[in-house]
Design a protein around this ligand. Structure first.
Ligand code: HEM
Ligand SMILES: *[C@@H]1O[C@H](CO)[C@@H](O)[C@H](O)[C@H]1NC(C)=O
Ligand SMILES: *[C@@H]1O[C@H](CO)[C@@H](O)[C@H](O)[C@H]1NC(C)=O
Length: 320
């Protein structure tokens, strides 16, 4: 009797230890004692930034994606290049494309003032992404926290892990599978393209050369995106032609109408295995929102640094 009541808890605690060592331990109340006002501080700053420029909400959401897909959600995308560190900002998917770093600086400064040395840049990105969705009329959810910041970055991993807009469906599915995300997660997360802008160079080939596109829609995009490479490369167009600053399901309505802006967008509804998911989200906004939240939480769980790994950066651009 004495020995069995001793052994059972021991076994349980060994299991807990094993699981605890191999699995991330993120939790929404991680900063409850150490920085109780954190969520209000971040939310207030995101509100100001998105009021100043609605597109910033899209840019901040994308930053979190481009952080998480490169060796996990560890704030590595925020590191500037230095003589001793090659950052990710000039990697192919990011150069002349990702934005919002100044807003993250402002948020980090506000957080440091309230709780110096406590909150990671990686967690600030996670909260900021969620608040950006909220500011543009999307859903709210509990963000899991407790990530720490990387002390290195990887330009090579940024080049290879983030899918380019030339990807076909199989390539998209396998890039997400490599991160532990399903095809359904991939489609739901792609709904982020209900907000924000893309440069002509990322969709020129799709509007001029491809046939799986509504021709009226393609023609609408051509005046501001000349067919000659090198001309107007940086001219912008909304990823969602209908409501580019509203977080809704119209991205999927567009795909069903063959009005995806990027080649990779239209791949999700092009006669392949994800057509039914796109169809569902186009008709059922609640299904999209529910799956988007699930997938954002899963993406936020990719390979975080926890415990005593990494550090809490003072300046998100620099290793301490
Ligand atoms: C499925 C694979 C994806 C591909 C191939 C892709 C590709 C792109 C491209 C090419 C752009 C335009 C970049 C530019 O013109 O410089 C863009 C913009 C954007 N992407 Fe994605 N993306 C993908 C998934 C995602 C995910 C998962 C999210 C977030 C959860 C996301 C959020 C955004 C946002 C919000 C913008 C607009 C940013 C702004 O206006 O600053 N994308 N994406
Ligand atoms: C990443 O891609 C950029 C742009 O194409 C290239 O200049 C750079 O050398 C690549 N970096 C690595 C480490 O592969
Ligand atoms: C639509 O998506 C929701 C959420 O994933 C799912 O519960 C539902 O079964 C789907 N409906 C169809 C018709 O596929």
């Amino acid at each position: 009797m004495a020995s069995s009541s001793f052994h059972a808890p021991t076994l349980v605690s060994i299991l807990v230890l094993l699981l605890g060592n191999s699995r991330a331990q993120l939790t929404p109340d991680f900063y409850e004692d150490s920085c109780p006002d954190l969520l209000n501080i971040v939310q207030a700053q995101v509100e100001i930034a998105v009021q100043n420029e609605k597109r910033m909400g899209a840019s901040l959401l994308r930053l979190f994606f481009h952080d998480c897909f490169v060796n996990g959600c560890d704030g590595s995308i925020l590191l500037d290049d230095t003589p001793t560190l090659i950052g990710e900002k000039n990697a192919a998917p990011n150069a002349n494309s990702v934005r919002g770093f100044e807003v993250i600086d402002v948020i980090k400064a506000a957080v440091e003032e309230a709780c110096p040395g406590v909150v990671s840049c990686a967690d600030i990105l996670a909260i900021t992404a969620k608040d950006s969705v909220v500011q543009l009329g999307g859903p709210d959810w509990e963000v899991k926290l407790g990530r720490r910041d990387a002390m290195t970055a990887s330009q090579a991993a940024a080049n290879s892990s983030i899918p380019p807009p030339t990807s076909n469906l199989d390539q998209l599915i396998s890039k997400y599978a490599a991160q532990g995300l399903s095809a359904q997660d991939m489609v739901a997360l792609s709904g982020a393209h209900t907000i924000g802008q893309a440069r002509c160079t990322t969709f020129r080939n799709h509007i001029y050369q491809e046939t799986n596109i509504d021709s009226f829609f393609a023609n609408t995009r051509k005046p501001n995106c000349p067919g000659t490479p090198g001309q107007g490369d940086n001219n912008l167009a909304p990823l969602d032609i209908q409501t580019p600053t509203l977080f809704d399901n119209s991205y999927f309505v567009n795909l069903v109408a063959m009005k995806g802006l990027l080649h990779s967008d239209q791949e999700l509804f092009n006669g392949g295995s994800t057509d039914a998911i796109v169809q569902n989200y186009s008709q059922n906004p609640d299904a999209f929102i529910q799956d988007f939240i699930t997938a954002m939480i899963k993406m936020g769980d990719i390979n975080p640094l926890t415990g005593s790994d990494g550090e809490i950066r003072t300046n998100c651009r620099l290793v301490n």
